[in-house]
Design a protein around this ligand. Structure first.
Ligand code: ADP
Ligand code: MG
Length: 619
């Protein structure tokens, strides 16, 4: 019996040829590659472990660069074995303030290159060697030519230059970047937080080998937004190893100051083994020799937690700082997520649990969780959505909203990495206004007429209030697929209205370029137009306010005063229609003394009213 092949519309004609996409965690200490197969995400292990040391050897013991374990074998060759290229990515030589053993080529203002026995190697090239190794490893495990690209994770605090360097490294490695994804966001995706809930605030605690990163994420309508980041770029598992090595030395009744660096580094390696052993059992037996002294003892988790207390304390302080920056109370967090190899340690988990008063999420291996989340995102990008949107990982054009007078207020500027959520608060401009049109536009020009109109919707049910009192919060959220959701919410009543649009849908690259070019060409003219429109809006507002004041307080003015005010108001009305800034400036200038006088008369009356009926004895 043979099976019938069925192919769904819009899907590959060859349903057997599955499209795979990689999730890559390009870490400072370790890198990993993960992939979704048969609906399940999993890392692709190397011979000993799924973790590939992020190390490349460029020494003369080999004619080609060596990556991973092979490179680690030459760790003693300090200048030719690059062990933390990530710290150099997108950094100018003058930015590099941390200590390192490398010889750097290049001028102060550019990204330096490592001077090695195999020539000058830029950090981008070193990262490319690691990426290529991961890619080849994945290719060997998957059907030929089935890899569509990769989602690569970067720290949330990475700036444009660091992100660009990471993308460049992928290009050099021959890897298509589907998207750069923030590491904490990848971890949240691995836990399916974007699928299980629609809103929440999460703290991601990432303690790796040499860095501690803490990030606060807000999930709204399926889109994660990084609220704040913090941490310490020189705090991690290596510090734990050093503290423990010092404890070994002191417990052997020796003075750490008398121990040379080579011995210390041997002890740090041993310390690392003991610390890792304490993940699975509560005590570990120690039987070693330090400079002729035998050390026989046992170490338990309780003692370990005292030894590494300085590290724990500093991570908790950094968490507090980030929460304070974002003005978020730790008790209102929806979850705390543990990331990074060092959070395998029971003593760290316990400390986090005690501090936050809740069990952190740690069911997924904390050193794999970022790669796993990245592969889930990658799989969604190639297998579950509209291909037209896939390559969009920053907003190609600015997205804005129409404001008074046909002006554009940009909500999400172009080149903003997505997913992204941005909010801005607007108000009504007329007394008693109960509805509002939200007009969503795309482009770089200042006026709506010169941008592309994407969508329009209305918000109804705003309670009647004085102009300027209603608070209408407009939110633009772009999800990983480039889908834009715009919502408007009146904050005092919680009336909400929203719409979905695909910003790049139907817009060719040439059209995008056209809109961009226009933005640059017309910048000057736009500025003048914008100033005129703003002036017109102000003038109209002033007339509305004066008219409503006249209805209530006309009797406070003499007939001549009323007539003079009315004449000047009419002149302003006429000037608004003329589209000439000088004319309007002039008319407004002539109106000013009259409107100022009227305002002061009204104020005097109000003060008198307030005092009327009040006896001096009440004071
Ligand atoms: P990075 O993201 O900086 O590349 P990782 O997340 O891979 O780093 O974390 C590496 C650190 O995790 C190392 O310091 C390593 O000693 C530590 N680590 C890994 N496994 C364990 C374990 N079982 N117990 C304690 N520490 C561990
Ligand atoms: Mg990491």
């Amino acid at each position: 019996m043979s099976l019938l092949q069925i192919s769904e519309p819009n899907q590959s004609k060859n349903p057997h040829q599955h499209r795979y996409a990689l999730g890559i965690d390009l870490g400072t200490t370790h890198s990993l590659v993960s992939v979704v197969r048969s609906g399940k995400a999993g890392v692709l292990p190397f011979e000993h472990s799924p973790l590939l040391p992020s190390v490349v050897y460029y020494g003369n013991q080999s004619t080609t660069p060596l990556v991973g374990e092979q490179a680690l074998a030459y760790a003693d060759d300090l200048t030719n074995t690059i062990i933390s290229a990530k710290r150099f990515m997108g950094r100018a030589k003058s930015d590099i303030k941390f200590s390192h053993p490398y010889q750097l080529a290049g001028s102060d203002k550019t990204m330096p290159a490592f001077i090695t026995a195999q020539g000058e190697k830029s950090p981008v090239e070193t990262s490319a060697h690691i990426l290529k190794h991961l890619k080849n490893h994945a290719a060997a495990a998957l059907p030929p030519d089935s890899i569509q690209g990769a989602v690569i994770t970067v720290p949330a605090y990475f700036d444009d230059a660091q992100r660009t360097a990471t993308k460049d490294a992928a290009t050099v490695a021959g890897l298509t970047v589907l998207r750069l994804l923030n590491e904490p966001t990848a971890a949240a995706i691995a836990y399916g937080l974007d699928k299980n809930t629609t809103h929440g605030v999460y703290l991601v605690y990432d303690l790796g080998g040499g860095t501690f990163d803490v990030s606060l994420l807000r999930l709204s309508d399926g889109v994660f937004e990084v609220l704040a980041t913090g941490g310490n770029s020189a705090l991690g598992g290596d510090d734990i190893d050093r503290l423990l090595a010092n404890w070994l030395i002191k417990t052997a009744n020796l003075n750490p100051a008398d121990i040379d660096n080579a011995e210390k580094s041997r002890l740090a390696k041993l310390a690392k083994q003991y610390k890792q052993a304490l993940t699975d059992s509560d005590t570990v037996a120690i039987d070693i020799n330090i400079q002729g002294q035998t050390l026989q003892t046992t170490l338990d988790n309780q003692t370990l937690s005292q030894i590494i207390e300085p590290v724990i304390r500093r991570t908790i302080l950094a968490c507090g700082q980030v929460l304070a920056d974002a003005k978020i109370d730790k008790n209102t967090l929806n979850d705390v997520i543990l990331v990074g190899g060092s959070t395998r340690m029971p003593v760290i988990r316990q400390a986090v649990q005690t501090h936050f008063g809740r069990t952190p999420l740690c069911s997924i291996n904390p050193d794999e969780v970022v790669a796993i989340g990245a592969s889930i995102a990658a799989d969604q990008l190639v297998n579950q959505s509209n291909n037209a949107l896939l390559l969009l990982d920053v907003t190609p054009l600015s997205l804005g909203v129409e404001t008074m007078g046909g002006l554009v207020e940009v909500i999400i500027p172009r080149n903003t990495p997505i997913p992204v959520t941005r909010r801005q608060v607007f108000t009504t401009h007329q007394d008693g206004q109960t509805g509002m049109v939200v007009h969503v536009v795309q482009g770089e020009r200042d006026t709506v007429a010169d941008c592309r109109s994407l969508a329009r919707f209305e918000l109804h049910g705003i309670p009647p209030m004085k102009a300027g009192l209603a608070r209408i919060e407009i939110t633009y959220a772009i999800d990983a697929n480039g889908q834009l959701t715009v919502s408007a919410r009146e904050t005092t009543t919680d009336v909400v209205s929203q719409i979905q649009v695909s910003p790049s849908y139907g817009l060719s690259e040439e059209q995008q370029e056209q809109l961009l070019k226009a933005g640059f060409e017309y910048a000057q003219a736009d500025k003048a137009a914008r100033m005129l429109i703003e002036l017109k809006v102000d003038a109209e507002r002033e007339l509305i306010a004066l008219n409503s004041a006249l209805q209530e307080f006309a009797e406070l003015l003499s007939d001549e005063q009323k007539q003079a005010l009315a004449d000047k108001m009419q002149a302003v009305q006429a000037a608004i229609a003329q589209d000439d800034k000088a004319v309007l400036d002039d008319a407004l200038g002539k109106l000013k003394p009259h409107s100022d006088h009227f305002a002061s008369v009204i104020m005097n009356k109000n003060v008198k009213d307030a005092l009327a009926g009040t006896h001096t004895s009440d004071w």
